[in-house]
Design a protein around this ligand. Structure first.
Ligand code: MSP
Length: 606
């Protein structure tokens, strides 16, 4: 992890960044009583929570699968951190200012943009609720504390000499809320009007040439510090491909100062510049500060020096889509350096979800509506599919038939293994009670199966289960959810194969019940070991699946009657909990956790 204070820099400015860094080192740690700690009432604790953020979503349209994906990854990560008892803090929300929203609100005949935002912001909250996204703060850029935080942040950067007023001319895209350099623009003939129009090469949105008076941020001063930051902390941006793109961009061209306000006459819907109401703060400058607002910023309302208290979640890790990496990897760290505030820990970048191999678009009719999917296939199946099928470093493909296949696989391999092990022909209590005798690891006993494949599986399932948490944890450090889930699959598939191969239902009680038999000789011991391993597989996998599918995994744990206080990561080891399963049997007609469904009518079967 890199801190601002470890970055050296060699330029001078009105207020030198060098002195900001040096100043940063000697900042005293003020635990201000006015700082609201959103995480715990225990203010004596100095544990810094793991802080993760989604981007805040534009409210100009309804939420889609990409938005859910951002929220889901953060939700899973937060739950994963908490599974081992560590504190975490997770924020999401809506980005409500700017011309795009102002125009969308007018088009929708709203009295004012706030009314429009109120309605759309709720749709994001509803999606979160439907899909079990358990955020700690839903921030809206129209929230009162945010308005105060942005103004304070502006004042700090202004006081430090990084904001000046100037004339700005350039190509502005309303849709992307950003100016593009000349090199990024291309001209095309509009087929409707037959006139020449200008577009951003990157996003294809229309741009208009604008000249106006703006405030500027001295972004040009930050190129070297950013390069050094990236070189010193090679994990600042993950995965590696996105790190390399940003580093290459920084190394190949100068940074231009950035326009960070627009005349009020052109843009009304936003936060006015402190002391200059004729200008409105640029939406990205406003929006990025949300990550500080949620931590109670300004931590010291009266001081220009801002250092997060020890138990405050800042600095954050930001999870973002690849299209907004410039804002988070170049602008945001520069704003923070200018303000002398500790930099984020990490920026985690993900690719986009495509549908049937191509970009989702309304005209093609290939938009995956997360609400429709969750309502039909169930929230948990949708969460599982997204976690199992996404790779951060590239775009991912959504197809409804694969969602249904993933759901069926879960039923066939996980639910069924549990139901088969709960048959009334087996005794869970007896199977668990033999564990402590050491029978299940006795070489002679395992050899007595006289089945080399089964012997191998018995040993490897136990060994794999005992390192499953650590293996998944390694993957979760880099948000590699598909590999974390694959670790589960490897064990579940082995446990299913062992069940089929060892046929526990074929082991019967000895005929002569008068005759004393040792545990090793008792044929039912073999049955017990297979049942024990199947149940432990389900118990441990369900504990570790809680972050991904909180509701479904808890239904499985409920079915096994696992105590609710024995569902933390530390119980995810073989034999760590022998108290579950009392009186549990699955008989014909019992309700099952998940049933198969036909593909939704009208679904694109690609
Ligand atoms: N409001 C800005 C973010 C400001 S953060 C200070 C914004 N909003 S957005 O609604 O357009 O996008 C929010 C997130 O959704 C971005 O991370 C974006 O990459 C992501 N996605 C948009 N479409 C997506 C897919 N098709 N797939 C995956 N994520 C996608 O940008």
């Amino acid at each position: 992890m890199i801190r601002v204070s470890t970055v050296s820099c060699s330029f001078t400015g009105n207020a030198s960044i060098g002195s900001t860094y040096r100043g940063f080192k000697i900042f005293s740690i003020a635990l201000s009583s006015s700082v609201k700690n959103p995480l715990s009432s225990n203010t004596t604790s100095i544990t810094k929570p793991y802080y993760i953020t989604t981007p805040i979503f534009y409210v100009n349209a309804a939420p889609h699968l990409g938005h859910l994906y951002s929220m889901l990854l953060c939700d899973i990560k937060t739950r994963w951190v908490r599974l081992s008892g560590k504190p975490a803090f997770f924020t999401t929300g809506t980005d409500e200012h700017g011309l795009k929203v102002q125009i969308a609100s007018e088009k929708n005949d709203k009295k004012n943009p706030k009314e429009f935002c109120d309605e759309l912001s709720v749709t994001f909250k509803e999606l979160a609720k439907l899909t079990n996204i358990n955020y700690d703060r839903f921030i809206r850029t129209t929230d009162d504390d945010h308005l105060q935080a942005v103004k304070k942040f502006w004042d700090i950067v202004y006081e430090k000499g990084y904001i000046y007023k100037g004339q700005h001319s350039g190509w502005y895209s309303v849709s992307d809320e950003t100016f593009y350099p000349e090199t990024q623009i291309e001209a095309k003939i509009d087929p409707l009007t037959n006139k020449e129009k200008f577009y951003s090469k990157e996003t294809g949105t229309e741009v208009i040439y604008e000249t106006e008076e703006n405030y500027f941020f001295k972004l040009s001063k930050f190129r070297q510090p950013l390069i050094e930051l990236l070189k010193q902390n090679q994990n600042f941006i993950i995965p590696r491909n996105y790190y390399e793109i940003i580093l290459k961009e920084l190394e190949s061209e100068e940074l231009q100062d950035l326009s960070i306000s627009r005349p009020y006459s052109r843009l009304k819907w936003g936060i006015q510049v402190p002391e200059d109401p004729s200008q409105v703060i640029y939406v990205w400058f406003d929006a990025l500060v949300n990550y500080l607002t949620s931590t109670g910023f300004p931590w010291s309302p009266t001081s220009l020096i801002q250092k997060a208290p020890l138990n405050n979640p800042w600095p954050a890790s930001h999870l973002i889509g690849k299209d907004i990496s410039r804002f988070h990897c170049i602008y945001w760290p520069s704003f923070l350096m200018a303000a002398g505030i500790e930099l984020p820990k990490q920026v985690i970048v993900h690719g986009h979800w495509l549908m049937g191999g191509s970009k989702m678009s309304k005209s093609k009719g290939n938009i995956a509506d997360p609400i429709e999917m969750a309502n039909y296939y169930g929230t948990e199946s949708l969460r599982f599919f997204l976690s199992e099928n996404s790779v951060l470093s590239s775009d991912c493909d959504f197809t409804e038939s694969r969602l249904n296949l993933s759901r069926n696989q879960f039923i066939d391999k996980i639910c069924n293994l549990m139901l088969r092990s709960l048959s009334k022909n087996f005794s869970i209590e007896r199977a668990l009670s033999k564990y402590e005798s050491g029978l299940y690891t006795n070489e002679q006993f395992i050899k007595s199966f006289d089945n080399p494949q089964a012997e191998k599986s018995i040993k490897s399932i136990t060994a794999d289960l005992n390192v499953l948490y650590e293996r998944m944890d390694e993957e979760m450090k880099t948000f590699t959810t598909h590999k974390a889930i694959n670790e589960i699959w490897k064990i579940v598939l082995k446990a299913n194969a062992l069940f089929n191969d060892a046929k526990p239902w074929t082991f019967k009680n000895v005929q002569d019940s008068q005759k004393e038999v040792s545990l090793i000789e008792d044929p039912l011991s073999k049955q017990d070991l297979i049942i024990f391993l199947s149940l432990e597989t389900i118990r441990i996998c369900s504990i570790l699946l809680q972050p991904f599918i909180p509701e479904l995994s808890n239904q499985l744990l409920d079915r096994l009657k696992v105590d609710s206080d024995k569902r933390m990561a530390k119980f995810a080891k073989v034999g760590k909990d022998l108290t579950y399963g009392k009186g549990v049997v699955f008989t014909k007609g019992s309700e099952v956790p998940l049933v198969k469904l036909p593909l939704r009518e009208g679904a694109l079967n690609v």
